[in-house]
Design a protein around this ligand. Structure first.
Ligand SMILES: [Ca+2]
Ligand SMILES: [Ca+2]
Ligand SMILES: [Ca+2]
Length: 141
């Protein structure tokens, strides 16, 4: 059994690493794109495929971290700038003004299915890269 504390430490480290990667540092030291690095970090079993579980793990951990009042809902105050993101409005399917974990998972599963273009139930790095390119291009005004 994996000790839960180790798991949390790994998640925190991953988030920290993601923050660092997100900084505009010019050319990355390694020849990996941000999408690829995120993919490698999310791919816990290293099979170069993201299962649904692996895909959801990150968002679930982020959810728990952001939910500072532990009411299993993310209010705009907890989300800060993220609340202005279109995903917040889209994800709040019951229009409660907050995101429940169920709403976050539903949103992410929809992303997963949309990205899984060869319908094998897993995401390879090409599918993730293509999906990220598509969604970031689509979200520009
Ligand atoms: Ca995997
Ligand atoms: Ca809601
Ligand atoms: Ca796939």
């Amino acid at each position: 059994m994996e000790p839960r504390e180790d798991h949390l430490k790994k998640a925190l480290f991953t988030m920290l690493a993601l923050c660092l990667i997100a900084l505009p540092v010019g050319r990355a030291a390694a020849d990996y794109t941000v999408v690829e690095v995120n993919f490698i970090m999310a791919d816990k079993d290293g099979d170069l495929l993201l299962s649904k579980t692996e895909y959801l793990l990150g968002p679930i951990e982020v959810f728990q971290k952001l939910d500072t009042n532990a009411n299993n809902a993310l209010e705009p105050e907890e989300l800060g700038d993220l609340a202005k993101d279109a995903e917040f409005g889209d994800g709040d399917t019951d229009s409660s003004g907050s995101l429940s974990l169920e709403e976050v998972i539903a949103e992410k599963l929809a992303d997963f299915d949309a990205a899984d273009t060869n319908n094998d139930g897993a995401l390879n790095v090409d599918e993730v890269t293509a999906y990220e390119a598509k969604t970031s291009a689509g979200s520009k005004p």
